[in-house]
Design a protein around this ligand. Structure first.
Ligand code: URA
Length: 429
C-alpha cells in the first residue's frame, strides 16, 4: 500500500471475505483506485469473487453504483424541449425491441437517448444489428449525439469512453473471472451507465427463461427490484418489466434478419409478440414521463415511427434504403413429426445463431451481418412433418453442422398443452 493511499486493497478484500459491510469511504476509494490503476486486477478479482459469494446490502450497492458513475462524465439533456426516457434490456434471443421502440417513442413526443452495447455470447447486441445498415455509425461525439436527439427525437449509439470508465474495466475483468453473475455487480454495472447517460426516466426489460441471463424468475425479480431501487435513489423515474425469454422473440435471430423484422414492425406489420412488447414498452415509457393522448399503436400504423427511424438512421450516416446484407448460404431444417409446436428453447436458438456467425466469443471480434436463424413456426402453431421449421443463414457453410447440433431437440412437437411463460411475467415499480 502506498503511504499516500487511505486504505489497503487487502484490508477491503478481507472485510468482504469475512462478510463485513463495506463502508462508503472504502467503496469510493476501491473503485477510484482501481480505475486509476492503484488497485491491481488480481486484487479486484478477489474482491469481486468475495462480493459474488457474500453479496452486498442495498446501501453498499447504491454506493458502489455511485462510485462507478463518478468515475466518469455524466451527460445532461436539460437543454432539450422534451422529457428524456430510455429503455434497457438485459438481453435475449431475437430481442430487437429497441430498434422499433426508440423511434416509436420519439414519434410520440419523448426524447430517447439510447446508449447500447454489442453482443457477447448467445444474445445479440443492438449496435451489431444496426451496423448491418450500410454506412451507419455507432460512435458519435457528445455534440453529435445531442444534434441527432434534437433533430430526430431518438439516438442509438455506443457509450463513449468517458462514461463510467470504472464499469468498462470491471466488466472486462468479470468476464474472465467468472464473476459476471452476481446481482449486485450486474445491477450496478447496468444502472451506473444508465444513470450517467442522464435520462430522466427508464424502463427496464429484465428477461427470464432459458435464453436469458437470469433464467430463474425469482433471480430476475431480485435483479429488477435492485435496479429499480438504484434508479429511484438516483432520481431517475424507473420501472421494470420481467418478460419471457423461454422462447425466442419474433421470428428471427441475427443482425440483418432482426433489422428486417424491425422494419416490418415499423411498417405496421411484424410478428405479434414483437409488436405487443414494443407497444407495451412504449406505453410505459410515455406514461413515466407524463405524455398523454399519444397512441403508439397508431404511430406504427400511420408511418410516423418509420419517419423517425429513417431520419435517425440517415443522421448517423446510414442509408435507410440500402438493401440489407444477405448471407451467402442457407439451410432449411424441417419438422420430423406432425402436431403442435409445444416449446422452442430460446438458448438453443441463440447459441445456433451465434455459431452461424451472428455473434462473437471475444470482445472485439467481427460478426457476420447476414448470419442467423429464421423461425417458421412458433409454440402454439401446427406443423406437418417435412415442413420447414428453421432456415439457417451464414457466409461460412462449415458452420452449419455445429448449429444443427445445438438445434437438435430444441423443439417439442405433440398434442398436449403448450407450456410457456406469459410475455409479461411481472411489473416492478
Ligand atoms: N450488462 C451490463 O452492462 N453489465 C452487466 O453486468 C451485465 C449485463
Amino acid at each position: 500500500m502506498s503511504a499516500l493511499e487511505p486504505f489497503s486493497a487487502v484490508e477491503i478484500i478481507a472485510a468482504k471475505r469475512d462478510k463485513a459491510v463495506l463502508t462508503n469511504p472504502q467503496i469510493d476509494w476501491v473503485i477510484d483506485a482501481y480505475t486509476r490503476g492503484a488497485v491491481a486486477d488480481e486484487q479486484m478479482s478477489a474482491l469481486l469473487m468475495a462480493i459474488l459469494l457474500n453479496g452486498m446490502n442495498s446501501q453498499e450497492i447504491s454506493r458502489w453504483t455511485n462510485a462507478m458513475i463518478n468515475s466518469g462524465e455524466k451527460m445532461n439533456w436539460s437543454m432539450l424541449d422534451r422529457p428524456t426516457v430510455d429503455k434497457h434490456s438485459t438481453g435475449g434471443v431475437g430481442d430487437k425491441i429497441t430498434l422499433p421502440l426508440a423511434p416509436l417513442v420519439a414519434a410520440c413526443g419523448a426524447a430517447v437517448p439510447q446508449l447500447s452495447g454489442r453482443g457477447l455470447g448467445h444474445t445479440g447486441g443492438t449496435l451489431d444489428k444496426l451496423e448491418a445498415i450500410a454506412g451507419w455509425q455507432a460512435s458519435l461525439s457528445n455534440e453529435k449525439m445531442l444534434q441527432v436527439l434534437q433533430e430526430c427525437g431518438a439516438v442509438i449509439c455506443a457509450a463513449g469512453a468517458g462514461l463510467a470508465p470504472a464499469d468498462k474495466k470491471l466488466y472486462a475483468l468479470r468476464d474472465v473471472t467468472a464473476t459476471v453473475e452476481a446481482i449486485p455487480l450486474i445491477a450496478s454495472s447496468i444502472m451506473s451507465k444508465k444513470i450517467a447517460e442522464g435520462t430522466s426516466a427508464l424502463v427496464l426489460d429484465v428477461k427470464t427463461g432459458s435464453g436469458a441471463f437470469m433464467s430463474d424468475p425469482l433471480k430476475a425479480r431480485e435483479l429488477a427490484q435492485t435496479m429499480v431501487g438504484l434508479g429511484k435513489d438516483a432520481g431517475v423515474k424507473t420501472l421494470a418489466l420481467v418478460t419471457a425469454m423461454d422462447v425466442p422473440l419474433g421470428l428471427t435471430a441475427g443482425n440483418a434478419l432482426e433489422v428486417r423484422e424491425s422494419l416490418e414492425v415499423l411498417a405496421g406489420g411484424g410478428p405479434a409478440d414483437v409488436v405487443e412488447l414494443t407497444i407495451i414498452f412504449a406505453r410505459e415509457m410515455l406514461e413515466l414521463v407524463g405524455i398523454k393522448g399519444k397512441d403508439p399503436e397508431r404511430a406504427l400504423k400511420d408511418g410516423s415511427a418509420m419517419d423517425v427511424w429513417r431520419k435517425m438512421i440517415s443522421a448517423q450516416g446510414g442509408n435507410p434504403d440500402a438493401p440489407l446484407p444477405v448471407a451467402k448460404e442457407k439451410l432449411t431444417i424441417s419438422a420430423d413429426a406432425s402436431g403442435t409446436v409445444l416449446s422452442m428453447d430460446a438458448m438453443s436458438v441463440g447459441v445456433a445463431a451465434w455459431r452461424l456467425g451472428a455473434g462473437r466469443s471475444r470482445q472485439g471480434e467481427s460478426v457476420q451481418s447476414g448470419a442467423g436463424i429464421e423461425i417458421h413456426k412458433k409454440p402454439g402453431e401446427k406443423i406437418v412433418a417435412g415442413e420447414p421449421l428453421y432456415t439457417l443463414h451464414t457466409d461460412t457453410p462449415e458452420r452449419f453442422a455445429r448449429a444443427q447440433e445445438v438445434l437438435e431437440g430444441s423443439v417439442a412437437i405433440g398434442s398436449t398443452d403448450v407450456k410457456r411463460l406469459p410475455l409479461i411475467v411481472e411489473r416492478i415499480n
